[in-house]
Design a protein around this ligand. Structure first.
Ligand code: ADP
Ligand code: MG
Length: 255
């Protein structure tokens, strides 16, 4: 089982889109996949075709030890992967977990019991470096960082990289950066190409070869609760996420 956290403390950078599409693409390739929604906004839940307003159990209960993964997980009716869903309840978990033992290990412990159920577990992290994200990083073997090739992209990255280093040193020696994924790429913008080249210089092999273009079909898909790669498989953005899934499958072979 490979557990990856999809993280970037900035909002709106493509974490959820990446998580949902990668989960659907891996599932379509025959990989047993679980998507964990760790964001109280529940966007990955909705984007997977599950209504966050009607959840009986969610990742919240799992983190607080009120339910097992068995009881809280469901299946995405559109993406066909398993989903540990989230909704606003999760916002309270942050505060409630502070009282608990090993509060940053709650998700890890819940997943460890199901190690043989999945080939891939993908954790959609919230846009912060909070206790929730820390649970994601402590549970994961690696981090996938989606980023837009903008002027300030590299600046924001150092906070995340430092957090990952600290977690690696103190809490989770397994953790490493799997790679940076360039998303919402605008092929016509010169700046994008410059930042992209800079990323390759800085991070070398850690930059995934696949580049996900800005593509309206990827943005439309969540409103139907269907992962983009299944909503419109032929769209350029979907093709990129399918290629990214193949790249991930190749990359884990070397891990
Ligand atoms: P995050 O989870 O980091 O906050 P999202 O995945 O929700 O980011 O993406 C933010 C917004 O950008 C959403 O409205 C999403 O539909 C849109 N989006 C994400 N990736 C793309 C893309 N490649 N092309 C066009 N729109 C995108
Ligand atoms: Mg999100």
């Amino acid at each position: 089982m490979h557990i990856f956290a999809i993280a970037n403390q900035k909002g709106g950078v493509g974490k959820t889109t990446t998580t949902v599409n990668l989960a659907a693409a891996l599932t379509a390739s025959g990989k047993r996949t679980l998507l964990v929604d760790l964001d109280p906004q529940g966007n990955a839940t909705m984007g997977s075709g599950v209504d966050k307003r009607t959840l009986e159990k969610s990742v919240y209960q799992v983190l607080l030890g009120l339910a097992n993964l068995d009881e809280a997980r469901t299946v995405s009716p559109t993406g066909h992967f398993d989903l540990l869903p989230a909704n606003r309840d999760l916002a309270g978990a942050e505060v409630e977990m502070v009282e608990l033992n090993r509060r940053e290990m709650r998700l890890k412990e819940a997943l460890t019991r199901h190690a043989s159920d999945y080939d891939f577990v993908l954790i959609d992290c919230p846009p912060s470096l909070s206790l929730l994200t820390l649970n994601g990083l402590c549970a994961a073997h690696g981090v996938v960082i989606p980023m837009q090739c903008e002027y300030y992209a590299l600046e924001g990255l150092s906070d995340l990289v430092n957090t990952i280093k600290k977690v690696h040193a103190n809490l989770n020696p397994d953790l490493k950066i799997i790679g940076l994924l360039r998303v919402m790429f605008d092929t016509r913008a010169t700046l994008g190409h410059q930042v992209s080249a800079e990323l390759e210089q800085h991070f070398g092999d850690k930059v995934f070869k696949t580049i996900v273009p800005r593509n309206i079909r990827l943005a439309e898909a969540p409103s139907y609760g269907i992962p983009g790669v299944l909503f419109d498989k032929a769209a350029k953005g979907s093709q990129a996420y399918l290629a990214f899934a193949s790249e991930m499958i190749e990359r884990v072979k070397t891990m």
